[in-house]
Design a protein around this ligand. Sequence first.
Ligand code: BG6
Length: 472
Amino acid sequence: MTTFPQGFLWGGATAANQIEGAFNEGGKGLSIQDVMPNGLATPPTEEPTEDNLKLKGIDFYHTYVEDIALFAEMGFKTFRFSIAWSRIFPNGDEQEPNEEGLAFYDRVLDELEKHGIEPLVTLSHYETPLGLARQYGGWRNREMIGFFTHYAETVFNRYKGRIRYWLTFNEINAVLHNPFMAGGIEVPRSELSESELYQAVHHELVASALATKIAHEIDSENQVGCMVIAVPRYGITPDPKDQLAAQQRSHSDYAFGDIHVRGYYPGYLLRELREKGVELDITDADREALTNTVDFVSFSYYMSVCEAYDPENYSTGGGNIIGGVSNPTLEASEWGWQIDPIGLRIVLNDFWDRWQKPLFIVENGLGAKDVLVSDPDAADGHTVEDDYRISYLNDHLVQVGEAIADGVELLGYTTWGPIDLVSASTAQMSKRYGFIYVDRNDDGSGTLKRYKKKSFNWFRDVIASNGETLQG
Ligand code: BG6
């Protein structure tokens, strides 16, 4: 494989709420994640509870120096992390930021600079300050736009010249499926009207566009991307009705990229809203704001689904945010996510053809149950023989190489969870994605010690060879 361009940004991706811990240190306020001990499985609790593994995470708040050194040892060119909004504005509506929170990310950036690793920073990764969710109703409320842009402006100014690549909202299309996690809206999806939901979507889209504008004004070097969940949707049969169902369902994901890239609502979405009787409050200022389009499109990719005009006649499969009709030709992970490396090539070509904007794969990986075994050759005496992870990542990267050969412009590739972290959907530790094993169990026990898995050296070699060692 010789297709990966020089300067390709290889690395790993994380989110503050899944790694940092220290949920009440350094002046941090609570975020919605601090009251989600079971991920998406149960409604939020009133207060943080001790069984929420995210309160301690993998303790990155205290171990970032050693962890970043391990990423450097693998040769990372980039590291994606999120800024915990509630570290900077503890309740979310303050005027003055929390200096201790800002200083923490300065120290993280110091380490990255020391190792020549380019930061890739998400402003909001499923971690709306709890104060904004509970006092303001989350993104249903137009006031959220001002709170978010004030936060964005604060960090753009603070880290000017130190952070070049920014993502506004993680998986912004997830708000349609999980309004609390993705939108800070504490009303079950089933009880939210379509108007309330799409109004919240609209507020996030306007906030994203305004943040893009501010980023460019503060530093013309800033590169801002949107971030969407990419799930290719195949018609379950060649019947045009199934193909149309697949296209229409795809529109609900495309809409977010279309608006971020083109700067206005696409016709198919306007029709859908009309037919649902949704009337949105869209001001002239909002329309103007949306014209501030992104520099690149980033996405997560884990799986694909099938669609049918009569889905009740088929079995359905899982995913953390988006599910669909099962594909009989594909295997699934232990959590039921259907594994589809070729789907990644399809997504890359599809997005490139549609938007002609540089793309960035900012999440991809396999959540699996790992077993730590003794290994006399390993420095720490233990490792994980994770050939299944190597095989998953190799096969996806081979398809990435094919897409680049197809002409797709791709900035980089960051695997999800390069170090084991707490799962977003299930809040488990045992759903592991990392090249680095973290000794922590679902019951909270464990030393938090780090061990290199077999995939650690494998990914180091892939990066060092710029993809040459991949097996096609
Ligand atoms: C993405 C999220 O949906 O998938 C991450 O951006 C998340 O936060 C990742 O962790 C994997 O999902 P899960 O549920 O296995 O943690």
